[in-house]
Design a protein around this ligand. Structure first.
Ligand SMILES: [Zn+2]
Length: 649
């Protein structure tokens, strides 16, 4: 238990902006700060941090709270653990009342694994610096690799003894439970005998973004041992695809330089860091995961890939380029002189030389791919033709159309191919990437498109536009949610997103909003849905058009609760899914009803004008026919609307 006074001190000392910027790069935005939300995937920042109020709030996923909440959520830890985390950050001493054995028992597994890893790291580092074996074998190896003591300490490197249960015995003697050591991946049980996971290896702790140790990599020192690099198996706290080696040290420099350098191995990171290049991280394995890319994206949108100059390295670079492009990052690639890797290059050059080489030799991914593929194709015309497709397929990964256009231009210049030709290929490729189906009528609602006039551009008094705004509300707040319908013909259930349903209904009936701003927002939503089959609200919050931005902010911040509509009707217990299934079709019909009524009124007005002017001709007949058609539709709509809403539940 932490005493109350200490808790108060922690809360008083803590600055929300300092805590959040440990994990996310924040930029000033008025009196607030904003940054990419770490709790959901996004391209444009929608998380606001208010230093004055001491809170954060994400307008994309809705997460929010104070600094303690942020740490709890981010680190996946409990309230007292988050307080301890903050105390540690602000160097506040915690006076903890003694824990009873039951309390210790209750500490959750995750925390125990962190504690075991901390202990293991200290043990391995002590072995490296203080044991005879560690000094003569481990330490001398690191010396040979040219790694300085301060860097060894900073990266918390260590050494595991040749004896294959040395760590286990020491840990048990210090009160650790076998069960926890095994769960942390530090030991393995063979034939009911405990064996260390790592022995006779140099130990590299793997840290999460906040610097806690989640696992280890061991590099063999005995050439006969397999494999060369051994990683902790995945545990409750270590998921390989969710960490980047070195990020806890690099994040600050990445933020400052607005660039992350991506290398392949732990030693590449360490050597570059030692040379003064601190904005460097390594993935684990060959292909980056989305989680890893999102980690980078919290601090910068720019990545420089430096992999080994061999075919494995080049192929990995090309693969990761596409993955990074897909997440909207800008990618440059650098090839080191042949036979060099970042480790050896950093060891043999000064910081200024390294920086100059990096600056002079990095290329954009198009030139890189082009050079590489041209070399590969060796004037083979068939291969050369395939080359264009490969580059275009990379460009098609880029989500932003403006960036795509820039690269098409670049590609056209370097390949000396007409831009329009490239656009043809690009569009084909985009269509292939895009699985969204063309608009199809989804319901058996009355079709209005044949008889309805195009709605005039002027804002009409007839419309109070309630339904239009309501439709946008639903699109913004529930657009990506699923609706389940029974196909009227096959009687089978089919699933469709709320947005797809609304938009296909509107498009097949050629309906448009009366309000111009709403219409614009609606068009942007349908465009986005067509491109990504998903609605990203943040894209509206940061649209270049101010009116769209304002409307989006309005629609998001305005308190909107579907349940209120149901409460007004005396229906209290309904799931959001059921509400949507009932409400969305009803809302669309109400809108259609309004459109139809307006059309009827317009036509009646016209007839009046014709009659007043004694122009009884064929026009009148056409109008009368149209009106009777519309009245029929109105009748169908109102029959559906008159049914009680509970029919859906
Ligand atoms: Zn969020």
């Amino acid at each position: 238990m932490i005493d109350r006074q200490t808790v108060e001190r922690i809360i008083e000392t803590t600055k929300i902006e300092e805590v959040v910027s440990d994990f996310v790069s924040l930029k000033k935005s008025g009196s607030n700060l904003k940054g990419l939300c770490p709790f959901h995937k996004e391209n444009t920042p929608s998380m606001m941090v208010s230093p004055v109020k001491g809170i954060f709030k994400c307008f994309g996923c809705g997460k929010g709270g104070n600094a303690v909440n942020f740490v709890m959520e981010h680190e996946g830890i409990s309230y007292p653990e988050a307080l301890k985390w903050l105390a540690n950050k602000y160097k506040i001493e915690i006076k903890e009342t003694a824990e009873t054995p039951e309390e210790i028992e209750k500490k959750n597994i995750r925390e125990s694994l962190f504690v075991a890893n901390d202990y293991a790291q200290k043990y391995f580092t002590e072995q490296l610096f203080k044991s005879d074996e560690g000094i003569s074998i481990g330490f001398s190896y690191l010396r040979e690799r040219g790694i300085r003591d301060d860097i060894i300490k900073l990266f918390q490197l260590g050494y595991s003894q040749q004896k294959n249960n040395a760590f286990y015995e020491k840990a048990i003697a210090n009160g650790f439970k076998r069960d926890i050591l095994e769960k942390a991946g530090l030991i393995k049980i063979f034939d009911n005998k405990e064996r260390d996971m790592f022995f006779s290896r140099i130990i590299f702790p793997i840290h999460n973004i906040s610097g806690r140790i989640v696992g280890f990599t061991g590099r063999r020192l005995d050439e006969k041992q397999m494999p060369k690099y051994l990683n902790t198996n995945e545990t409750d706290i270590f998921i390989k695809g969710r960490v980047l080696y070195g990020l806890h040290l690099a994040k600050k420099a990445i933020n400052q330089k607005d660039l992350a350098i991506l290398v392949e191995g732990n030693t590449d990171v360490i050597s570059l860091y030692q040379s003064g290049i601190e904005n460097v991280v390594a993935g684990s394995g060959t292909a980056l995961t989305t989680d890893q890319i999102l980690l980078i994206k919290r601090f910068t949108k720019n990545v420089l890939i430096i992999y080994d100059n061999d075919s494995a390295g080049i192929n990995a670079a090309i693969k990761n380029t596409d993955l990074l492009l897909k997440e909207g990052l800008n990618v440059k690639i650098l090839l080191l002189p042949e036979g060099q890797d970042p480790d050896s290059f950093a060891q043999s050059h000064h910081q200024e030389e390294i920086e100059k080489y990096f600056n002079d030799n990095q290329t954009d991914f198009i030139s890189f791919k082009l050079n590489y593929l041209l070399k590969e194709s060796k004037n083979d015309p068939v291969k050369k033709a395939g080359l264009i497709n490969q580059i275009i397929s990379s460009i098609s990964c880029i989500p932003d159309s403006v960036t795509r256009a820039i690269y098409v231009k670049k590609c056209s210049e370097s390949l000396k191919i007409n831009e329009s030709l490239l656009y043809n290929e690009l569009n084909k490729s985009l269509r292939n990437n895009n699985t969204a189906p063309p608009y199809q009528k989804q319901s058996n609602f009355p079709q209005t498109s044949n008889v309805l006039p195009k709605i005039p551009l002027y804002v009409d008094d007839f419309f109070n536009e309630t339904e239009e705004k309501e439709i946008l509300h639903v699109l913004f707040n529930y657009g990506n949610k699923a609706l389940i319908f029974e196909d009227p013909e096959t009687k089978k259930e089919q699933t469709i997103s709320v947005a797809n349903f609304i938009i296909s209904e509107m498009k097949t009936d050629e309906l448009e909003f009366n309000n111009l701003f709403y219409r614009k927002a609606f068009e942007l939503i349908s465009q986005q849905l067509k491109e990504h089959n998903y609605i990203e609200i943040k894209n509206f919050m940061y649209n270049e058009d101010e009116t769209v931005r304002e409307l989006a902010a309005d629609l998001i911040t305005e308190k909107y609760e579907l349940s209120k509509i149901f409460k007004r009707r005396g229906i209290l217990t309904v799931t959001p899914e059921k509400m949507l299934e009932a409400y969305v079709p009803e809302l669309l019909l109400a809108f259609k009803n309004k459109v139809v009524e307006k059309a009827i009124k317009d036509k009646q007005d016209k007839i009046k004008v014709l009659q007043e002017n004694n122009l009884i001709n064929e026009n009148l007949e056409v109008l009368l026919n149209e009106i009777s058609e519309l009245i029929k539709i109105r009748g169908e709509i109102s029959t559906i609307l008159k049914r009680p809403v509970t029919r859906y539940m």
